[in-house]
Design a binder for this molecule. Structure first.
Ligand SMILES: NC(=O)c1ccc[n+]([C@@H]2O[C@H](COP(=O)([O-])OP(=O)(O)OC[C@H]3O[C@@H](n4cnc5c(N)ncnc54)[C@H](OP(=O)(O)O)[C@@H]3O)[C@@H](O)[C@H]2O)c1
Length: 274
């Protein structure tokens, strides 16, 4: 039985999931798994056409109710407006998947400040703001699931050129752990999902390509497998999920290496993971 079909249960009957970055990759895969498990969906991203096509597909396949709400998360008002629109549609959020994100190539001081500001908005402030808006009603209902999509990068020493990516992913992981501790007794699970290399649009969106990444095949995972593992982890209440044995081995190795040696390895080998 595949990772995806294994999750075929109806956890979500009568419940609603909000997925950011649902127009492709891991977010789109999450939307499929949530719909398959009976959740109604609010899908958000900038590319409305892709969201509408996904909504049609999910409604036809799983008879799920799907709402498309376009938002650009570089806009600091977007999370508040999303929650206002959700309330206006008479919906509530039982599951939040904070997934939208991208990589930014280039060295820190070679990049315009406005790009860094937008990056921090999308990668750090927006997910924290969405969690801030979602959690109180989850606590009130005694049920909630929040997935913050971090990265294996957030658990490794940083490399030059990943100057904001590694730190924002570390931040998101620590935020998940702390927020999860606060919500634990209220029936709300928070999971930091930390994928490694995953076949999505991520590399193209960051100005590269999957083919250009010189990593052995076993380091790569499919988005539906990553999302299925994240889904199972948050339903179980696991605080951190590192999908894939190769990623877990990498994280384990760097955890036990002296910090200086870890940093030397990263410097010597270049970029080890996404
Ligand atoms: N792929 C990997 O190797 C990998 C590894 C570790 C972690 N991750 C993380 O996984 C998450 C999902 O990435 P992915 O791999 O699935 O890449 P992807 O296929 O490029 O998907 C990224 C999603 O984020 C959305 N997004 C980007 N900028 C946005 C903005 N300003 N406002 C709203 N939505 C925005 C995109 O939608 P629109 O373009 O339509 O707005 C898209 O739906 C990211 O947080 C990434 O850091 C990926």
């Amino acid at each position: 039985m595949s990772e995806v079909s294994e999750t075929k249960r109806k956890d979500g009957a009568g419940r609603v999931a909000l997925v950011s970055g649902a127009s492709s990759g891991i977010g789109k895969a999450f939307a499929h798994i949530l719909a398959c498990n009976g959740f109604d969906l609010v899908l958000t991203a900038r590319r409305e056409q892709q969201l509408r096509a996904l909504a049609q597909d999910l409604e036809a396949t799983f008879a799920t109710k799907t709402h498309v709400m376009r938002a650009d998360l570089t806009d600091p008002t977007a999370p508040r407006r999303l929650f206002d629109d959700i309330a206006a549609a008479d919906l509530h959020v039982d599951v939040l998947v904070n997934n939208a994100g991208y990589g930014m190539p280039g060295f820190f001081n070679d990049t315009a400040w406005d790009s860094h500001r937008d990056y921090l908005q999308v990668m750090a402030i927006a997910p924290v703001h969405l969690a801030y808006l979602a959690a109180p009603a989850m606590v009130e209902r005694g049920y909630g699931r929040i997935v913050n999509v971090g990265s294996v990068s957030g658990l490794l020493p940083p490399h030059a050129g990943g100057t904001l990516y590694y730190p924002v992913k570390s931040f998101l992981i620590k935020f998940s752990l702390a927020h999860g501790e606060e919500l634990r007794r209220a029936g709300v699970h928070v999971t930091a999902l930390c994928p490694g290399f995953t076949r999505t649009n991520f590399q193209q969106a960051s100005g590269g390509s999957v083919e250009a990444v010189t990593m052995p095949g076993f380091m790569w995972m499919d988005a539906d497998v990553v999302a299925a593992k994240g889904y199972r982890a948050v339903m179980r209440g696991d605080p951190v999920c590192v999908p894939g044995w190769a990623n877990r081995a990498l994280v384990g190795l760097f955890k036990y290496l002296p910090e200086g040696i870890g940093r030397w390895i990263i410097r010597a080998t270049g970029k080890p993971t996404d």
